[in-house]
Design a protein around this ligand. Structure first.
Ligand SMILES: [Mg+2]
Length: 340
């Protein structure tokens, strides 16, 4: 048994790269310095606390350790309370907590585990045993990290368009609703652009779908480059894009649309080695202040303006004639009144 523990402990040899920070909270100076030197030898970056309050403070820093070794009995705050607070904060990423205890009564252990400790070790302990238990904790943390990365990848997948990396239709409409609500609440303007590539079907028919895809990707890149960081460009469908412009009234929205139009028309697109002249038409709708139910109207108006831009001969920007609701008009008056 002893030898198998020792053999497994060999796995815990220092891993290349950054040392993993680990909190050591222990009030007994002898145990504290022993733990510090062991952890350092095993390749951890030991962060030391000599009482519970210090430990809790160390866990609140931006780069707080994800591994915490907490002595149970400490002045100012005991290890179980520190553990309880870590769990109550429900921080991500997860913190793996190992309690050190001199007690052996099972009732106490139940209390410690119920406070959210992942494991415990009774003092005095065997160094190799601590080492392999920390190793087990790291495995759990690694798994948790992978889960978080997977969840993030799924979130990106669910909200972004695969081809262009822009927000997908569902997500850009959600952003539109959120920004309408904000405009309504804060009495601020907002605008919406509907951008459509001109004669895109011709590109697909003549140069093939691969070239078409390359054009869509380049269009997305230029859209992103031509918009502000807080604007939300998304792919509405096919070769049609929506751009939500928070805080933009009609005049700024028109200037923004012109910048996008020029970004497309100014330089040919590289579609897999073939240079193509690609232009877009843009319909603009806006409100000085949105009414709460404006989403549909803004999309409809931008769509009608886009249609007008196409009829103008394409490569052009058209501003919708707004049909603001009475609610929107009343809010606009209110906004102007509160400015003066
Ligand atoms: Mg103690």
């Amino acid at each position: 048994m002893e030898s198998s523990v020792a053999a497994r402990a060999e796995d815990t040899a220092n891993e290349p790269g950054r040392a993993m920070p680990a909190l050591v909270a222990e009030d007994n100076p002898v145990f504290r310095s022993m733990l510090r030197s062991m952890l350092t030898r095993w390749g951890y970056e030991a962060r030391i606390a000599s009482n519970g309050l210090e430990a809790w403070e160390a866990m609140q820093t931006a780069d707080a350790p994800r591994l915490a070794i907490l002595d149970w009995m400490m002045p100012s705050m005991d290890g179980v309370e520190v553990c309880r607070r870590i769990r109550a904060a429900a921080r991500e990423p997860y913190v793996y907590v190992l309690l050190l205890t001199a007690r052996t009564e099972s009732q106490d252990l139940v209390e410690g585990m119920e406070a959210g400790a992942d494991d415990y070790l009774t003092k005095p302990f065997n160094a190799q045993e601590l080492r392999v238990r920390l190793r087990a904790g790291r495995r759990i943390l690694d798994l948790q990290q992978q889960l978080m990365e997977t969840r993030e990848a799924l979130r990106v997948q669910a909200t972004h368009d695969t081809l262009t990396g822009l927000l997908n239709r569902g997500r850009v409409l959600e952003v539109l609703l959120a920004e309408i609500a904000r405009s309504h609440r804060e009495l601020r303007p907002m605008a919406l652009l509907m951008v459509d590539l001109d004669r895109f079907k011709h590109i697909n028919d003549t140069y093939g779908h691969m070239a078409g895809d390359a054009v869509l990707q380049e269009a997305a890149r230029r859209l992103r480059a031509a918009t502000r960081q807080y604007d939300a460009p998304g792919r509405y469908g096919g070769e049609e894009f929506l751009v939500v412009l928070p805080g933009c009234a009609a005049r700024e929205a028109r200037a923004q649309a012109e910048r996008i139009r020029e970004a497309f028309a100014g330089e040919p697109f590289d579609a897999g080695g073939t240079l193509l002249a690609v232009t877009c038409s843009i319909g603009v709708s806006s409100r000085d202040v949105c009414a709460s139910e404006d989403a549909e109207a803004l999309v409809r108006e931008a769509d009608a303006a886009l249609y007008a831009a196409k009829n103008q001969g394409r490569n052009s920007v058209e501003i919708a004639s707004p049909e603001p609701s009475e609610e929107s008009l009343a809010l606009t008056k209110l906004a102007r009144f509160s400015e003066t």
